[in-house]
Ligand binder design. Structure first.
Ligand SMILES: *[C@@H]1O[C@H](CO)[C@@H](O)[C@H](O)[C@H]1NC(C)=O
Ligand SMILES: *[C@@H]1O[C@H](CO)[C@@H](O)[C@H](O)[C@H]1NC(C)=O
Length: 147
């Protein structure tokens, strides 16, 4: 991801403050996104205490079939991007499993542990659900502040 778009996102989050702001910026989802929620976060940036466990839920309708779904998470800190360990996607589909069928609605629910040893920093998280053909079904950028 380019530093420019991270900066834009951070400025956007700062400028909007407590006003009506969307939680995330879509970065090329091919699926139709019905819902995206992060626990205890209604306005960006999400403030996440360390240690804690937070939930990311996505309700989406894929536009194409897929046999696999991988969660790819990256954290951008001051323009540098780091991979963040992400869970498998198929196992996180609620009451459902892979393969994914186009046009059918799925709910994905991930639990992310935030460890005490993580630094207290502001990061922009990129969360992607990508299939075996590198099709990106879901892509969101959202700022979080670890405190
Ligand atoms: C996410 O989904 C799980 C399981 O349905 C639910 O327990 C949890 O409250 C949801 N969290 C958010 C932030 O919507
Ligand atoms: C999954 O199944 C449980 C138990 O049958 C039900 O309570 C829950 O609402 C279902 N979740 C979804 C997203 O359909």
């Amino acid at each position: 991801m380019e530093g420019q778009s991270v900066l834009t996102l951070l400025l956007l989050a700062t400028a909007l403050g407590g006003a009506v702001a969307t939680l995330y910026q879509d970065c090329g989802s091919t699926a139709e996104i019905q819902d995206f929620t992060i626990s205890d976060c209604d306005v960006p940036p999400c403030v996440v205490p360390r240690p804690s466990i937070y939930n990311v839920n996505i309700t989406f309708t894929p536009a194409s079939d897929a046999t696999e779904l991988n969660t790819i998470i990256e954290a951008t800190i001051l323009g540098d991007t780091f991979p963040w360990p992400g869970p498998d996607g198929c196992s996180l589909l609620e009451n459902d499993s892979c393969p994914l069928q186009a046009g059918r609605q799925y709910k994905y629910s991930a639990i992310m542990p935030v460890l005490e040893e993580y630094p207290a920093i502001s990061v922009v998280v990129s969360w992607k659900l990508q299939d075996e053909n590198d099709v990106i079904h879901f892509c969101a950028l959202f700022p979080i502040v670890l405190v």
